[in-house]
Write a protein that binds this ligand. Structure first.
Ligand code: PGA
Length: 260
């Protein structure tokens, strides 16, 4: 685990301006109490709320903004898409790419994910690249095979110079939003495989793979999850929608990190 775990709050398609304003106000209050200073907490609201969250955060040190997706090109005929330069203009530092909901519901492929991640990197946005197996693949014990294939695909366009900038998120599809997080043993097996595969791909260019876990994380289970070797934090969905719950999750993880 990294010395200080890293968290991304994926709000998905939730909240309106008023809710976001209240959320950030409360989160700021809690965050101040801990006197946090490192850039280790990221909020990923829907596109429309990015300026609201940015303004409400008011430059709070340690908390940065992420988009939930980013297009592979800068401008052009791509109705409904949002590009990296547009996100930069809003002060966005990270972008989730290849979330399983994007893959399953909107047909995003590994090749697309790779191109989206690359363009984000070109504009100084760090991609949080999601990978993970479905329930059928998990039950058929095909997790490693699936992760290898996804990693080769999503890293295809990423040059070695960006190896240290990317963040990977292992999100078993069957664990997302189900209340059934993967066990520490399953996460450990996947984490080891991901790190070995990424290190093989980039060679000495990457000494440390930044890897998060995502899927039904909670303030209760996070302590065990961040103890898993190689896991440096979490991509949090449901538990990030309430500022107190998200903050408890962060605090619980930090209490483990502080002891290790
Ligand atoms: P969850 O979502 O924490 O609600 O399972 C995680 C995610 O989809 O990133």
């Amino acid at each position: 685990m990294l010395a200080r775990p890293f968290f991304v709050a994926n709000w998905k398609m939730n909240m309106l301006s008023r809710d976001a304003g209240r959320y950030v106000l409360e989160f700021r209050r809690l965050y101040k109490v801990a006197e946090s200073g490192l850039d280790d907490t990221v909020l990923a609201p829907p596109f429309t709320l990015l300026p609201v969250v940015r303004d409400e955060l008011g430059g709070l040190p340690g908390v940065l903004l992420a988009a939930q997706n980013v297009h592979a090109e800068d401008f052009g005929a791509h109705t409904g898409e949002v590009s990296a330069p547009m996100l930069r203009e809003l002060g966005v530092s990270f972008a989730i790419v290849g979330h399983s909901e994007r893959r399953a519901l909107y047909g995003e492929t590994d090749a697309w994910v790779s191109k989206r991640a690359l363009n984000a990197l070109k504009h100084g946005i760090r991609p949080v690249i999601c990978i993970g197996e479905t329930l059928g693949e998990f039950e058929a014990k095909r997790t490693k095979e699936v992760l290898t294939k996804q990693l080769h695909g999503v890293l295809e366009h990423i040059p070695d110079e960006h190896a240290k900038t990317i963040i990977l998120a292992y999100e078993p599809v069957w664990a997302i939003g189900t209340g059934r997080a993967a066990t520490p043993d399953d996460i450990a097996a996947a984490s080891e495989h991901i790190i070995t595969t990424v290190q093989k791909r980039f060679g000495p260019a990457v000494d440390k793979v930044r890897l998060l876990y995502g899927g039904s994380t909670s303030p209760e289970n996070i302590k065990e999850i961040v103890k898993v070797p190689g896991i440096g934090g979490a991509l949090v969905g449901g538990a990030s929608l309430n500022p107190q719950t998200f903050w408890s999750l962060i605090e619980n993880a930090r209490s483990v990190a502080a002891k290790s």
